[in-house]
Design a protein around this ligand. Structure first.
Ligand code: UDP
Length: 430
């Protein structure tokens, strides 16, 4: 069999992207939709702009969804029926992988052989599907884990539920099977090698990006007016999926501590929480509101549902500081988006966040999750105007080092390398 007939020596013409458990068409910031959805949507659009067709396969969660939807010119989203037309928990999804894979293989079978040149799977569930499709289609499998169970379980919030063994085993299999692995940072690359025994030659570090056209500095006054937030407030914001791993409670504890130290702030402090419950946070969707009440800061704590586009830009512009207190974060897109808007970030010193935020330059990194440490870091950024101005300028400069164009260039390089290596391996085998 000669794969050069299919032209796979060059960059792919059409990529099959597996995104089983969540769709790039969903609004991020709640449930299973977050940074991965943004990543897939942004890089798919960039690939299409470079003439590479992208078809994203995701599970159909409603009978209203068309079999195929266009996300953007050159980017299709295929809704594959697998199980009931309703959202399923991640623990229920492994049982649907056979049905999902069957739907993917049937879709491909309607086309001429060699229709897809490469598979890129996101998250371990998709990796399981991609692995079988790779074997059937004879094309390379590139995989991005986004998060890793062994890493997550080593850094759980108090009382949070560990990731199950099924996932650990599933991830190990995908790491073993994938032709190339994409890590968001060098730290994640090391975790894949050390914890999952990945072959270092197959691990490629590709930094995620940020939409530098959408996330730009702008008027704080206008942003606060648009969101109905007071002009004289000190605003500390959190944006993202509300679950113990993301630790928005740390921001509440810090705010309560700050008010203890500086009671004069009581009438001005606003803790803005943007997002909806997700993951183990769905078990107690009211927990954060109850915590605000028990800490006596319910008057200062404002909740907003997940925000799309311009409205999220206004959140970042309106805030004096954005907090990313996660226990684990493979990268942290929110940190980059906030900085691109000129808002300094206080982030936990975990995972990819030390890449997303430069300590003392574009924000601060906090090595613990203790309320007093966070209170002092947040006050240092938000309440010192000179320091704030300097961090804000640097934050914009730092964020500009990242873009989805760059991410996509690096992904396409990896695709080309994976294709050549795959072809060489086939030639040796024949
Ligand atoms: N997000 C959004 N609306 C919201 C909150 C978050 O669109 O109300 C998006 C945000 O722009 C970011 C993503 O959700 O791109 C969250 O990504 P991040 O890497 O910070 O966290 P993850 O969800 O991957 O854990």
């Amino acid at each position: 069999m000669s794969f050069s007939l299919h032209g796979i020596r060059r960059a792919p013409r059409r990529v099959a992207v597996m995104s089983v458990h969540t769709s790039p068409l969903e609004q991020p910031g709640t449930g299973d939709a977050g940074g991965m959805n943004v990543y897939i949507s942004e890089t798919a659009q960039e690939m299409a702009a470079r003439g590479v067709g992208v078809e994203v396969f995701t599970r159909a969660t409603s009978s209203d969804q068309p079999p195929v939807a266009e996300l953007a010119p050159g980017v299709l989203v295929r809704h594959i029926p697998a199980g009931p037309f309703e959202p399923l928990g991640r623990d229920e999804l492994p049982a649907q992988l056979c049905a999902f894979t069957s739907g993917v293989l049937r879709t491909e079978a309607f086309h001429e052989p060699g229709y897809y040149d490469l598979i890129h799977s996101h998250y371990w569930l998709s990796g399981q599907v991609g692995w079988l499709a790779r074997d059937r289609w004879g094309v390379p499998l590139v995989h991005t884990a986004h998060t890793l169970a062994k890493v997550k379980n080593a850094a759980l919030a108090d009382g949070d539920t560990p990731e199950p063994r099924t996932r650990v085993i599933g991830e190990e299999q995908v790491v073993e099977e994938a032709d190339s692995l994409i890590a968001n940072t060098a730290v994640e690359a090391r975790q894949l090698i050390e914890l999952y025994d990945a072959d270092p030659r197959e691990v490629h570090t590709v930094a995620p990006g940020v939409d530098l056209k959408r996330f730009t500095p702008g008027s704080k006054t206008a942003a606060r007016e648009a969101l109905g937030l007071p002009q004289d407030a000190v605003i500390m914001a959190f944006a993202g999926r509300i679950q113990p791993l993301k630790a928005p409670d740390v921001l509440l504890y810090a705010a309560a501590e700050l008010l203890r130290q500086r009671p004069e702030l009581a009438s001005r402090l606003v803790v803005l929480i943007v997002g909806g419950p997700s993951g183990t946070g769905l078990e107690q969707p009211q927990a954060l509101r109850e915590l605000a009440v028990s800490l006596g800061i319910e008057r200062q704590t404002w909740f907003m549902p997940p925000q799309p586009g311009q409205s999220l830009v206004n959140v970042y512009r309106a805030a004096d500081v954005v907090a990313v207190p996660s226990y684990n974060e493979s990268f942290g897109l929110v940190a980059l988006e906030a900085q691109a808007c000129g808002t300094p970030v206080v982030a936990a010193e975990v995972g990819g966040l030390p890449v997303a935020v430069v300590h003392g330059v574009s924000g601060l990194l906090v090595p613990s999750h203790a309320g007093p440490d966070w209170a002092s870091a947040l006050a240092n950024v938000a309440l010192r105007p000179d320091r704030h101005a300097e961090l804000s300028t640097n934050a914009v400069t730092h964020a500009r080092r990242f873009s989805w164009q760059r991410t996509t260039d690096a992904l396409l390089d990896t695709y080309t390398q994976a294709t050549s290596a795959f072809q060489r391996a086939l030639e040796v085998a024949v």
